[in-house]
Ligand binder design. Structure first.
Ligand SMILES: Cc1cc2nc3c(=O)[nH]c(=O)nc-3n(C[C@H](O)[C@H](O)[C@H](O)COP(=O)(O)OP(=O)(O)OC[C@H]3O[C@@H](n4cnc5c(N)ncnc54)[C@H](O)[C@@H]3O)c2cc1C
Length: 317
């Protein structure tokens, strides 16, 4: 009873949900219009950090749970997950909301001595956080799920209820797709443009979310980001914006201006004031969408919350 699950969506929300449910004995089918690498989740930077979720107290548990999952998964180097130092800089003359500190796992965050700060910065914190290399982790997770018996099917879903009637439970992880599927006008795109330069520098992630600037050293590229453009729904980059990103990042690390440019991309964050994570009344549908700029940071924590909403644990678990 209660065993068959349709997860709609194959981004980080859908895959992490499928992972937690499959590990708990459910029979999971993932239905999605698009898969990695052609989804927003591939466009993420994707380091663990609580962005724009700090007004939602549920998120404290979610981000902490995800952190622990990433820690466990990072034991396999093929996962593309590593723990990196993140340095969060706060510029002179700018006041910072420090509520993010409450979301950091205990004793992971410390203040950086002032003499080590880049020019123009008045304060900085450092911590060790998971960096998820999306180009590696998403196919890796999909292949683990296949080994666990999860079935993947390509489908453009136009009506959740009609799919839900063939399963015990349906979990809706469609990101921005939920805007149409659920007629939810509170979710909208926030475009992020990033520039890629040759890899190898710097060692740590740098974040100044006031300007906003982030520099993320992956194996295949150093990502220089990024923009935060509300209600912009086209996945295109603009040469002049990319130039500005490089100029801002080079103010922090002048070496970056000499690095070879190897690419760029834009992605659309599925922003909602709060994540929709609830069971819809009188249906067998659970919603898990609207993770904005924190989809990786929230992923496994939200997936565990979905598990708690399941009406019946499967028999013979
Ligand atoms: C530039 C940028 C940088 C980012 N950096 C970070 C970061 O550092 N850390 C972090 O935690 N997050 C980051 N994010 C945010 C993160 O990328 C998103 O929150 C996350 O990818 C959302 O995942 P998702 O699975 O909910 O949605 P998606 O990845 O968009 O997946 C949605 C899935 O649903 C499917 N779907 C949609 N509609 C339908 C339909 N009608 N029928 C069938 N399938 C459907 C899609 O095909 C897809 O498979 C960043 C985002 C951007 C753009």
């Amino acid at each position: 009873m209660g065993k068959t699950i349709a997860v709609i969506g194959a981004g980080i929300s859908g895959l992490s949900t499928a992972y937690v449910l499959a590990n708990n004995g459910f029979e999971v089918t993932v239905l999605a219009k698009a898969f990695s690498p052609n989804i927003t989740s591939n466009r993420a930077a994707a380091f663990w950090f609580p962005y724009h979720v700090r007004g939602d107290k549920r998120a404290i548990t979610w981000v902490e749970t995800s952190y622990q999952y990433f820690k466990k998964l990072s034991a396999d180097t093929a996962s593309g997950i590593s723990f990196k130092k993140i340095v969060k800089g706060i510029k002179e003359g700018i006041s910072d909301d420090d509520s993010w500190i409450a979301f950091m796992p205990a004793n992971t965050c410390k203040e950086v001595p002032i003499e080590q700060l880049p020019d123009g910065y008045k304060q900085s914190f450092e911590a060790n956080v998971p960096l998820v290399e999306t180009q590696l982790f998403l196919p890796y997770l999909q292949s683990i799920l296949t080994d666990k018996g999860v079935v993947f099917k390509e489908a453009n879903v136009t009506d959740l209820q009609s799919i839900a009637s063939s399963y015990d439970t349906l979990v809706n992880c469609t990101g921005l797709g939920a805007s149409v599927l659920c007629n939810d006008s509170s979710i909208f795109p926030v475009r992020g443009q990033v520039l890629l330069v040759e890899p190898g520098f710097p060692d740590a992630i740098f974040l100044d979310n006031q300007t906003p600037t982030y520099i993320v050293p992956r194996q295949d590229a150093t990502i220089i980001g990024g923009t935060y453009e509300e209600h912009v729904g086209v996945e295109t980059t603009e040469p002049e914006t990319l130039q500005k990103l490089l100029a801002k990042a080079s103010n922090v690390f002048p070496e970056l201006q000499h690095k070879r440019i190897i690419g760029n991309w834009a992605g659309l964050r599925p922003f909602r004031e709060t994540v929709r994570l609830e069971k819809e009344a009188n249906t067998n549908i659970i919603h898990n969408y609207g993770h904005g700029g924190s989809g990786f940071t929230l992923s496994f924590g939200c997936a565990e919350a979905v598990l708690q909403l399941m009406p019946l644990a499967p028999e013979g678990k």
